[in-house]
Design a protein around this ligand. Sequence first.
Ligand SMILES: [Zn+2]
Length: 93
Amino acid sequence: MVKYTIHVARGPVARFMRRCGWAGVTIPLRRAHVVMWGEPDMAELRHELAHVDQIARLGRLRWLATILGQYVRHGHKRAPLEVEARRAAGQDE
Ligand SMILES: [Zn+2]
C-alpha cells in the first residue's frame, strides 16, 4: 500500500493542467500525490488511483522510469500502464 494525498489544484496549476489537457496527474514522491482540478470526476480519480496501485506494485522509481519509457515508445494513450489504468477505471474498452 502506498500512501497518497489527493489535491485539488486551483489558480495557475489548474490553468496549466487544463492547457496541457490533463484531468489529473499522479506524482510519485515519498507518498503519491494525485493532483486534479475542476469538478470531481470519479472515473479520472479511479484512473489516478490505478496509477497509485501501479506504484505500489512496481515501486515509485521503477514505475516512473517504466511509464516515461512507455510514453516515449508508445505515446501517452497507448502506454501499457495508461491502458491498464483506463481499464481499471472503466474509461474505455
Ligand atoms: Zn494515466
